[in-house]
Design a protein around this ligand. Structure first.
Ligand code: HEC
Length: 268
């Protein structure tokens, strides 16, 4: 038995070591504070998405009409979220052609209908917190979570142009300990000569954004909440239905239990 444990432990370490060697950077993500059933957050997220993302990205599987599900009226959708000649029954598409996009950005902005299912909410949340100024890149921006991304930082006026801060450590353990102590997004990367780096994205004190860091995080959380909703709109219905079913069962249990007591009273 002991042998089996030793062998499997050795195997586990080997696999972990390989993962570390091949992946290089070890990303520690900040968990996304999103709540699917928070309709106010979803409404704010829809507004953020339409104003800041829809000029490049589409959400082809989402109809404007469906936004009624998050508590908006048809009038509110038409007045605040729809521009130009789109109709309430249309899907959220963009006017930009893929060829133009490739010319302008070198990559086509992907459709965001199911991006939350592909990347997960934590990744998305951290993606928007980790853009930073990089004069060496084509767009002038870079991203800690998605290195050399072709997307410019669409929200930089809100967050301010952040910068990358890198700290060097002598070994992996101390780098990891420092990254854990940060309690937020950090990347632990191997450097040359056995050194390790911890990289974080920090605000540039000389160039603050129009929002405070707390406001910006809420803005991003609302946006990610909306992207998560878009990737599976019917999930909210399932959750609400589930809650109703469980409540029904609880009430039923109380009644049935009372009935059982009543029946057995005479038997004893
Ligand atoms: C100026 C055009 C533009 C704007 C505005 C823009 N993006 Fe992008 N985005 C891009 C491009 C181009 C890429 C492709 C990057 C690549 O593949 O390197 C991209 C990539 C992404 C990705 C990564 C997709 C993947 O590969 O997993 C996400 C997520 C994303 N954008 C979300 C958003 C959201 C949300 C907004 C609104 C806040 C937004 N983008 C605004 C152009 C844009």
């Amino acid at each position: 038995m002991n042998k089996i444990v030793t062998v499997s432990a050795a195997l586990l370490f080997a696999v972990a070591g390989m993962a570390l060697a091949s992946g290089g950077a070890d990303l520690r993500l900040d968990p996304a504070p999103v709540h699917r059933l928070d309709t106010e957050s979803l409404q704010r997220g829809a507004r953020n998405f339409v104003n800041f993302c829809l000029n490049c990205h589409s959400a082809r599987f989402m109809r404007y009409e469906r936004l009624k599900d998050i508590g908006l009226t048809e009038q509110q959708i038409e007045d605040n979220l729809m521009f130009g000649t789109v109709r309430i029954g249309s899907t959220m598409t963009v006017a930009m052609t893929p060829a133009d996009a490739r010319n302008w950005f070198g990559a086509v902005p992907p459709d965001l209908s199911v991006i939350a299912r592909v990347r997960g909410v934590d990744w998305l949340y951290n993606y928007f917190l980790s853009f930073y100024r990089d004069d060496g890149s084509a767009t002038g921006w870079n991203n800690l979570v998605f290195p050399n991304v072709a997307m410019p930082h669409a929200l930089w006026q809100l967050s301010g142009p952040n910068r990358l801060v890198s700290t060097e450590f002598d070994n992996h353990e101390s780098a990891l300990a420092a990254a854990i102590a940060i309690k937020g997004l950090a990347s632990v990367e191997p450097g040359s000569g056995g050194k390790w780096h911890v990289r974080i994205v920090a605000a540039d004190p000389d160039a603050p954004g129009s929002m405070t860091p707390v406001q910006y995080r809420t803005f991003v959380a609302d946006l990610v909440n909306f992207l998560d909703y878009v990737s599976e709109p019917s999930k909210n219905k399932r959750i609400s239905l589930g809650i109703v079913v469980v409540l029904y069962l609880v009430v039923l249990f109380v009644l049935v239990y009372a009935l059982k007591r009543l029946y057995w009273k005479d038997v004893h």
